[in-house]
Write a protein that binds this ligand. Structure first.
Ligand code: ZN
Length: 335
Protein backbone atom coordinates (compact mmCIF):
# COMPACT_ATOMS: atom_id res chain seq x y z
CA UNK A 1 0.00 0.00 0.00
CA UNK A 2 1.21 3.50 -0.89
CA UNK A 3 0.83 6.23 1.65
CA UNK A 4 1.23 9.87 0.81
CA UNK A 5 4.40 11.25 2.34
CA UNK A 6 5.74 14.68 1.42
CA UNK A 7 9.05 14.00 3.10
CA UNK A 8 10.94 10.76 2.74
CA UNK A 9 14.40 11.04 4.30
CA UNK A 10 15.43 7.86 2.54
CA UNK A 11 15.22 9.65 -0.85
CA UNK A 12 18.69 11.11 -0.29
CA UNK A 13 20.15 7.81 0.88
CA UNK A 14 19.41 5.81 -2.26
CA UNK A 15 22.91 5.54 -3.69
CA UNK A 16 26.46 6.41 -2.84
CA UNK A 17 26.83 9.29 -5.29
CA UNK A 18 23.85 10.99 -3.74
CA UNK A 19 24.90 10.19 -0.19
CA UNK A 20 28.32 11.68 -0.75
CA UNK A 21 26.79 14.83 -2.23
CA UNK A 22 24.64 15.56 0.77
CA UNK A 23 27.18 14.85 3.48
CA UNK A 24 27.22 17.49 6.18
CA UNK A 25 30.71 16.78 7.48
CA UNK A 26 33.72 16.95 5.21
CA UNK A 27 37.18 15.77 6.14
CA UNK A 28 40.45 16.85 4.65
CA UNK A 29 43.97 15.63 5.21
CA UNK A 30 44.89 19.30 5.63
CA UNK A 31 43.06 19.22 8.96
CA UNK A 32 45.14 16.36 10.38
CA UNK A 33 48.11 16.65 12.71
CA UNK A 34 50.35 13.70 13.56
CA UNK A 35 52.16 13.52 16.95
CA UNK A 36 55.80 12.41 16.83
CA UNK A 37 57.93 11.33 19.81
CA UNK A 38 61.57 12.34 19.47
CA UNK A 39 64.04 10.64 21.78
CA UNK A 40 67.57 11.69 22.68
CA UNK A 41 70.20 9.31 21.29
CA UNK A 42 71.12 7.82 17.94
CA UNK A 43 69.79 5.15 15.66
CA UNK A 44 66.52 4.75 17.58
CA UNK A 45 63.22 3.69 16.05
CA UNK A 46 61.55 1.73 18.82
CA UNK A 47 57.94 0.68 18.88
CA UNK A 48 55.90 1.85 21.88
CA UNK A 49 54.55 -1.27 23.57
CA UNK A 50 51.28 0.34 24.68
CA UNK A 51 50.71 1.95 21.27
CA UNK A 52 51.32 -0.70 18.60
CA UNK A 53 52.39 0.87 15.31
CA UNK A 54 53.72 4.06 16.98
CA UNK A 55 57.44 4.67 17.52
CA UNK A 56 59.96 6.80 19.32
CA UNK A 57 62.61 8.13 16.95
CA UNK A 58 66.00 9.67 17.50
CA UNK A 59 66.59 12.80 15.43
CA UNK A 60 68.76 10.95 12.89
CA UNK A 61 65.87 8.53 12.25
CA UNK A 62 63.11 11.11 11.93
CA UNK A 63 63.36 10.81 8.17
CA UNK A 64 61.72 7.39 8.44
CA UNK A 65 58.47 8.85 9.69
CA UNK A 66 58.65 12.15 7.78
CA UNK A 67 58.99 10.29 4.47
CA UNK A 68 55.94 8.18 5.29
CA UNK A 69 53.95 11.24 6.36
CA UNK A 70 54.77 13.18 3.21
CA UNK A 71 53.90 10.18 1.06
CA UNK A 72 50.52 10.05 2.80
CA UNK A 73 50.09 13.80 2.35
CA UNK A 74 50.14 14.53 6.08
CA UNK A 75 52.32 17.60 6.52
CA UNK A 76 51.57 18.80 10.02
CA UNK A 77 53.50 17.31 12.91
CA UNK A 78 53.33 17.91 16.65
CA UNK A 79 56.73 17.36 18.24
CA UNK A 80 57.15 15.78 21.69
CA UNK A 81 60.63 15.57 23.18
CA UNK A 82 62.07 12.78 25.33
CA UNK A 83 65.29 14.09 26.83
CA UNK A 84 68.28 12.02 27.97
CA UNK A 85 68.29 13.65 31.39
CA UNK A 86 65.70 15.24 33.62
CA UNK A 87 65.96 17.65 36.52
CA UNK A 88 63.78 19.52 39.02
CA UNK A 89 63.09 22.46 36.71
CA UNK A 90 62.98 20.62 33.39
CA UNK A 91 65.92 22.57 31.97
CA UNK A 92 66.06 20.15 29.01
CA UNK A 93 62.90 21.83 27.76
CA UNK A 94 64.55 25.20 27.12
CA UNK A 95 68.14 24.32 26.26
CA UNK A 96 69.05 25.48 22.78
CA UNK A 97 70.45 21.99 22.15
CA UNK A 98 67.50 20.25 23.83
CA UNK A 99 65.85 17.32 22.11
CA UNK A 100 62.82 19.18 20.79
CA UNK A 101 64.97 22.13 19.63
CA UNK A 102 67.33 19.75 17.82
CA UNK A 103 64.41 17.94 16.20
CA UNK A 104 62.77 21.19 15.08
CA UNK A 105 66.05 22.38 13.57
CA UNK A 106 66.59 19.06 11.80
CA UNK A 107 63.08 19.13 10.35
CA UNK A 108 63.48 22.72 9.22
CA UNK A 109 66.75 21.93 7.44
CA UNK A 110 65.93 18.54 5.94
CA UNK A 111 62.13 18.38 5.69
CA UNK A 112 60.92 21.94 5.12
CA UNK A 113 57.56 20.61 3.87
CA UNK A 114 56.81 19.34 7.38
CA UNK A 115 54.91 21.97 9.36
CA UNK A 116 56.41 22.13 12.83
CA UNK A 117 54.12 22.37 15.85
CA UNK A 118 55.89 22.26 19.22
CA UNK A 119 54.15 20.75 22.20
CA UNK A 120 55.16 22.86 25.17
CA UNK A 121 55.20 21.26 28.59
CA UNK A 122 57.61 20.38 31.34
CA UNK A 123 56.44 16.90 32.38
CA UNK A 124 58.70 15.03 29.94
CA UNK A 125 61.66 17.05 31.26
CA UNK A 126 61.15 17.24 35.04
CA UNK A 127 62.53 14.55 37.35
CA UNK A 128 59.21 14.54 39.24
CA UNK A 129 57.12 14.30 36.06
CA UNK A 130 54.86 17.25 36.85
CA UNK A 131 54.02 19.98 34.37
CA UNK A 132 55.62 22.80 36.34
CA UNK A 133 57.83 23.93 39.20
CA UNK A 134 57.06 22.30 42.54
CA UNK A 135 56.56 24.06 45.82
CA UNK A 136 56.33 22.30 49.16
CA UNK A 137 58.36 19.40 50.39
CA UNK A 138 58.16 16.94 47.56
CA UNK A 139 57.52 13.24 47.46
CA UNK A 140 56.87 12.61 51.12
CA UNK A 141 55.22 15.88 52.07
CA UNK A 142 52.55 18.12 50.67
CA UNK A 143 53.44 19.61 47.33
CA UNK A 144 51.85 21.54 44.56
CA UNK A 145 52.85 22.93 41.23
CA UNK A 146 53.64 26.61 41.69
CA UNK A 147 51.54 28.24 39.01
CA UNK A 148 53.16 31.65 38.80
CA UNK A 149 56.74 30.43 39.14
CA UNK A 150 56.06 28.00 36.29
CA UNK A 151 54.95 30.77 33.91
CA UNK A 152 58.48 32.15 33.54
CA UNK A 153 59.74 28.72 32.56
CA UNK A 154 56.96 28.15 30.05
CA UNK A 155 57.68 31.51 28.46
CA UNK A 156 61.35 30.65 28.25
CA UNK A 157 60.61 27.27 26.65
CA UNK A 158 58.33 28.94 24.11
CA UNK A 159 61.04 31.37 23.04
CA UNK A 160 63.60 28.57 22.74
CA UNK A 161 61.19 26.55 20.60
CA UNK A 162 60.57 29.59 18.42
CA UNK A 163 64.33 30.13 18.09
CA UNK A 164 64.64 26.48 17.02
CA UNK A 165 62.10 26.86 14.23
CA UNK A 166 58.68 26.02 15.70
CA UNK A 167 55.84 27.29 13.50
CA UNK A 168 53.11 26.91 16.14
CA UNK A 169 53.57 26.82 19.91
CA UNK A 170 51.17 24.45 21.69
CA UNK A 171 51.23 24.80 25.49
CA UNK A 172 49.76 21.76 27.25
CA UNK A 173 50.61 22.47 30.89
CA UNK A 174 47.26 23.95 32.07
CA UNK A 175 48.79 26.67 34.28
CA UNK A 176 46.61 29.75 34.68
CA UNK A 177 47.87 32.69 32.67
CA UNK A 178 50.35 30.73 30.52
CA UNK A 179 49.00 31.91 27.19
CA UNK A 180 49.43 35.52 28.26
CA UNK A 181 52.94 34.86 29.56
CA UNK A 182 53.95 32.99 26.40
CA UNK A 183 52.39 35.57 24.07
CA UNK A 184 54.24 38.46 25.71
CA UNK A 185 57.55 36.58 25.78
CA UNK A 186 57.21 35.71 22.07
CA UNK A 187 56.21 39.26 21.16
CA UNK A 188 59.16 40.67 23.11
CA UNK A 189 61.44 38.60 20.86
CA UNK A 190 59.64 39.73 17.70
CA UNK A 191 57.78 36.46 17.23
CA UNK A 192 54.55 38.41 16.88
CA UNK A 193 53.35 36.27 13.95
CA UNK A 194 53.92 32.91 15.62
CA UNK A 195 50.53 31.36 16.49
CA UNK A 196 49.64 29.73 19.80
CA UNK A 197 47.45 26.63 19.83
CA UNK A 198 46.56 26.18 23.48
CA UNK A 199 45.48 22.95 25.08
CA UNK A 200 42.56 24.91 26.50
CA UNK A 201 40.13 22.32 27.83
CA UNK A 202 42.55 19.61 28.87
CA UNK A 203 40.97 17.12 31.19
CA UNK A 204 42.68 14.98 33.78
CA UNK A 205 42.08 11.74 31.92
CA UNK A 206 42.89 8.06 32.18
CA UNK A 207 43.01 8.02 28.39
CA UNK A 208 46.55 9.46 28.63
CA UNK A 209 47.95 6.21 30.08
CA UNK A 210 49.71 4.89 26.96
CA UNK A 211 51.21 8.35 26.19
CA UNK A 212 52.86 8.44 29.59
CA UNK A 213 54.56 5.18 28.79
CA UNK A 214 55.49 6.54 25.36
CA UNK A 215 56.92 9.79 26.70
CA UNK A 216 58.12 8.58 30.08
CA UNK A 217 56.15 11.41 31.65
CA UNK A 218 54.13 9.74 34.42
CA UNK A 219 54.26 11.80 37.63
CA UNK A 220 56.67 10.28 40.16
CA UNK A 221 54.09 10.98 42.86
CA UNK A 222 50.64 12.49 43.13
CA UNK A 223 48.54 13.25 40.09
CA UNK A 224 47.71 16.19 37.81
CA UNK A 225 44.27 16.94 39.16
CA UNK A 226 45.30 20.28 40.65
CA UNK A 227 45.95 21.70 37.19
CA UNK A 228 44.20 19.52 34.62
CA UNK A 229 40.41 19.66 34.55
CA UNK A 230 37.85 17.51 36.35
CA UNK A 231 35.89 15.53 33.77
CA UNK A 232 32.60 16.25 35.54
CA UNK A 233 32.78 19.85 34.33
CA UNK A 234 31.58 21.42 31.12
CA UNK A 235 31.23 25.14 31.82
CA UNK A 236 34.77 25.13 33.13
CA UNK A 237 36.05 23.82 29.78
CA UNK A 238 34.28 26.65 28.02
CA UNK A 239 35.72 29.14 30.50
CA UNK A 240 39.24 27.83 29.91
CA UNK A 241 38.83 28.18 26.15
CA UNK A 242 37.41 31.70 26.34
CA UNK A 243 40.13 32.76 28.75
CA UNK A 244 42.92 31.37 26.57
CA UNK A 245 41.48 33.29 23.62
CA UNK A 246 41.36 36.46 25.74
CA UNK A 247 45.03 35.92 26.53
CA UNK A 248 45.92 35.56 22.86
CA UNK A 249 45.42 31.91 21.85
CA UNK A 250 44.89 31.63 18.08
CA UNK A 251 43.55 28.07 18.15
CA UNK A 252 42.04 26.28 21.16
CA UNK A 253 42.16 22.56 21.75
CA UNK A 254 39.95 20.08 23.57
CA UNK A 255 41.70 16.97 24.91
CA UNK A 256 40.86 14.07 24.91
CA UNK A 257 38.38 13.91 22.03
CA UNK A 258 36.05 10.95 22.04
CA UNK A 259 34.65 11.20 25.58
CA UNK A 260 34.51 15.00 25.22
CA UNK A 261 32.45 15.52 22.07
CA UNK A 262 30.00 17.65 24.07
CA UNK A 263 32.86 19.93 25.12
CA UNK A 264 34.05 20.23 21.51
CA UNK A 265 30.51 21.22 20.53
CA UNK A 266 30.13 23.77 23.34
CA UNK A 267 33.52 25.35 22.65
CA UNK A 268 32.97 25.34 18.91
CA UNK A 269 29.61 27.11 19.29
CA UNK A 270 31.04 29.72 21.64
CA UNK A 271 34.34 30.79 20.09
CA UNK A 272 35.45 32.61 16.94
CA UNK A 273 38.77 30.79 16.53
CA UNK A 274 39.52 27.32 15.09
CA UNK A 275 38.95 24.41 17.45
CA UNK A 276 41.31 21.45 17.55
CA UNK A 277 40.66 18.09 19.18
CA UNK A 278 43.33 15.66 20.32
CA UNK A 279 42.36 12.02 19.94
CA UNK A 280 44.73 10.73 22.59
CA UNK A 281 46.83 7.62 23.10
CA UNK A 282 44.16 5.71 25.04
CA UNK A 283 41.66 6.22 22.24
CA UNK A 284 44.21 4.89 19.76
CA UNK A 285 45.27 1.93 21.87
CA UNK A 286 41.72 0.82 22.65
CA UNK A 287 40.87 0.65 18.97
CA UNK A 288 44.16 -1.14 18.18
CA UNK A 289 43.62 -3.74 20.89
CA UNK A 290 39.99 -4.39 20.01
CA UNK A 291 40.89 -4.67 16.31
CA UNK A 292 43.71 -7.07 17.07
CA UNK A 293 41.35 -9.25 19.06
CA UNK A 294 39.01 -9.29 16.05
CA UNK A 295 36.18 -7.57 17.89
CA UNK A 296 35.89 -4.57 15.56
CA UNK A 297 36.89 -3.45 12.07
CA UNK A 298 39.73 -0.98 12.67
CA UNK A 299 39.26 1.16 9.55
CA UNK A 300 35.52 1.50 9.98
CA UNK A 301 35.81 2.38 13.65
CA UNK A 302 38.59 4.94 13.09
CA UNK A 303 36.62 6.60 10.29
CA UNK A 304 33.44 6.74 12.35
CA UNK A 305 35.17 8.20 15.40
CA UNK A 306 37.12 10.76 13.35
CA UNK A 307 33.96 11.94 11.60
CA UNK A 308 32.19 12.21 14.97
CA UNK A 309 34.91 14.56 16.22
CA UNK A 310 34.55 16.85 13.20
CA UNK A 311 30.76 16.60 13.38
CA UNK A 312 30.99 17.78 16.99
CA UNK A 313 32.63 20.97 15.74
CA UNK A 314 36.38 20.40 15.56
CA UNK A 315 38.18 21.90 12.59
CA UNK A 316 41.51 20.22 13.32
CA UNK A 317 42.24 16.68 14.52
CA UNK A 318 45.44 15.57 16.19
CA UNK A 319 45.59 11.82 15.79
CA UNK A 320 47.96 8.86 15.68
CA UNK A 321 45.80 7.59 12.80
CA UNK A 322 46.54 10.64 10.60
CA UNK A 323 48.24 8.68 7.82
CA UNK A 324 45.55 6.00 7.70
CA UNK A 325 42.80 8.63 7.74
CA UNK A 326 44.45 10.48 4.85
CA UNK A 327 44.39 7.25 2.86
CA UNK A 328 40.78 6.52 3.72
CA UNK A 329 39.79 10.05 2.73
CA UNK A 330 41.57 9.50 -0.61
CA UNK A 331 39.76 6.22 -1.12
CA UNK A 332 36.44 7.96 -0.58
CA UNK A 333 35.63 5.91 2.48
CA UNK A 334 35.02 9.16 4.37
CA UNK A 335 35.14 12.88 3.67
ZN1 ZN B 1 52.71 18.13 31.00
Amino acid sequence: MMIELLHRERRLRGNETLRKMVRETRLSREALIYPVFVKAGKNIAEEIASMPGQYRYSVDKLGLIFDRLLLAGVKRVMFFGLPAEKDEVGSGAFRHDGIIQTALGYAQDHFPEIYRIADLCMCEYTSHGHCGILQGEGPVGPFDVDNDATLDYLARIAVSQADAGAQIIAPSDMMDGRVKAIRSALDAKDYTSLPIMSYAAKYSSSFYGPFREAAGSAPAFGDRKSYQMDYHNKKEGLKEALRDIDEGADIVMVKPALSYLDIIREVSDAVLVPVAAYSVSGEYSMIKAAAKAGFIDEANIVCETAVSIFRAGAEILITYYAMELAKWIDEGRIG
